[in-house]
Design a protein around this ligand. Sequence first.
Ligand code: FES
Length: 105
Amino acid sequence: MSDFIRVAKVADIPDPGKQTVEVEDAVLVLFHVGGRFYCLDDVCTHDGGPLGEGRLHDHAIACPRHGAKFDVRTGRPLTMPAIVPTRAHEVRVDGEEVSVRINEA
Ligand code: FES
């Protein structure tokens, strides 16, 4: 299991907001919603769209390509055309530091 890696400071990302981060060769999206942080792969499971460029509304991120929505808390697809979850990663907030542990699954 990989370790937590610092990726941002709490103040770096408005609430609500998002930021693309690179961790161990993976491009991820960090979301700040309702005082909590979440992290998903920057990849839509429909056709690889960049979720970090999508529109965030409450806990849903919409893919900028064809509009599939995913729950930022779990990576679960909420609307077509995506039917497969995108990978969600564990996030830890320690003071001002936001860290992510890559989900190897
Ligand atoms: S690539 Fe994301 S909805 Fe098609």
